[in-house]
Design a protein around this ligand. Structure first.
Ligand SMILES: *Cc1c(COP(=O)(O)O)cnc(C)c1O
Length: 384
């Protein structure tokens, strides 16, 4: 399945059968009412859904616009990632798998996978670059406490991309009893659509809450874009509505190659990790290094559906610099008593920009993808 020219299944032959099996298992899972009810119950009673749509009392009021926050930061684990990991872990269990494999960079996805594995009684192995293991030692401890095995990856740059390669290699050898639980709407089909569907609970709730509590749809919905899962989950249920959809990308230190992670604003088409999408690459197709103050947005690719939404003009993507994100992080903390994840702070910054530009009385929603406790060191300790 493709999104216009994007997406697809660019994988070595050895992974084609596991991917086909997974696509079939996912179709069955979607149609299995009992499984869907079980997922709904886990999301409500374990993860803490529905999350509130909070209308800011102070943020942006001087602009005459109204800013509402979709509070994914209040979920178990402190971010939207649990929506995806619970869904895929349940799918794995229903399709007879007993083990989950995951890759992780900053460790957030590894922790969310370890939680889902623990609650559903599945073994978990998380692949993580040794450089990241050092930088993110507390998340390594969390994963281990939750019962997961963290396997160090020592190849290449010893970071996220190498961990993905290692996880895929492991999956090729173990697909009969293992599910590869990918962390965003990236990778070969069916991953992008599966992760999108699992994260669409964000936009579905947001849409209903906006109508019920604000009496109307938003004029604009903003979300940050790393791999793009919280953004696509926000956007898709609003695609048929007259709502501007805005993705905030990592503008880093500026838009020179190597200084940012703005793969939709600055990228060109190519294949990475199994899908055709918009990538940060040089003229020879080599992936260029990326930078963002937030680990979750520091990725040279993006989910293929975003590349299509950009091309057809249905969604807009704005780069937000590190400095703007830090300013928004501080401002939201001060004005509303909510410390956002640095990733989410990019969306807050973009919303503040829109609030200035849009007509008075505009209603802008921001998907607050996670909480900022993990980022205090970066903000106050200079550990970026
Ligand atoms: C992982 C993460 C992101 C980036 O992932 P997407 O797939 O782009 O949503 C954004 N915000 C938070 C809090 C995260 O943990």
């Amino acid at each position: 399945m493709r999104f216009g020219p994007y997406g697809g299944r660019y994988a070595p032959e050895i992974l084609m059968e596991p991917l086909r099996d997974l696509a079939d298992a996912y179709d069955a899972f979607r149609g299995d009412q009992q499984a869907q009810e079980e997922l709904g119950s886990l999301l409500r009673r374990y993860a803490g859904r529905a999350t509130p749509l909070y209308r800011c009392r102070n943020l942006g009021t001087e602009t005459g616009s109204i800013i509402c926050l979709k509070r994914e930061d209040l979920l178990h684990g402190g971010a939207h990632k649990i929506n995806n990991t619970l869904g895929q872990a349940l799918l794995a269990k229903k399709s007879g798998r007993r083990r989950l494999i995951a890759e992780t960079g900053a460790g957030q996805h590894g922790v969310a996978t370890a939680m889902a594995g623990a609650v559903l009684g599945l073994e978990v192995e998380v692949f993580m670059g040794v450089v990241d293991m050092e930088r993110q030692a507390p998340n390594v401890s969390r994963m281990e406490l939750l019962g997961a095995t963290v396997t160090p990856v020592r190849t290449g740059s010893k970071t996220l991309s190498d961990a993905v390669d290692e996880a895929l290699r492991n999956w090729a050898a173990t697909a009969d009893d293992s599910h590869y639980l990918i962390g965003s709407c990236v990778g070969p089909d069916p991953f992008p659509r599966m992760v999108r569907d699992l994260q669409s609970v964000i936009g579905t709730e947001l849409r209903a809450q906006s109508i019920a509590e604000e009496g109307r749809l938003p004029d604009a919905a903003v979300a940050c874009v790393g791999g793009g899962s919280n953004a696509i989950g926000t956007f898709v249920p609003l695609l048929g509505d007259p709502v501007r959809l805005i993705g905030a990308e990592a503008g880093g230190r500026g838009l020179k190659p190597g200084d940012h992670g703005a793969s939709l604003t600055c990228g060109s088409p190519g294949v990475l990790h199994g899908a055709y999408s918009s990538l940060l690459q040089d003229e020879e197709g080599r992936i260029t290094p990326t930078h963002s103050i937030s680990a979750g947005l520091d990725y040279p690719g993006v989910g293929p559906e975003h590349a299509l939404l950009r091309d057809i003009g249905r969604a807009e993507y704005l780069p937000v610099t590190d400095a703007e994100a830090v300013a928004a992080f501080r401002l939201l903390s001060r004005k509303e008593g909510i410390i956002p994840a640095l990733e989410s702070a990019h969306a807050v910054a973009a919303a503040l920009r829109l609030a200035e530009e849009m007509p008075e009385g505009s209603l802008i929603t921001v998907t607050l993808s996670g909480r900022g406790d993990k980022d205090l060191q970066t903000i106050t300790g200079g550990g970026a």
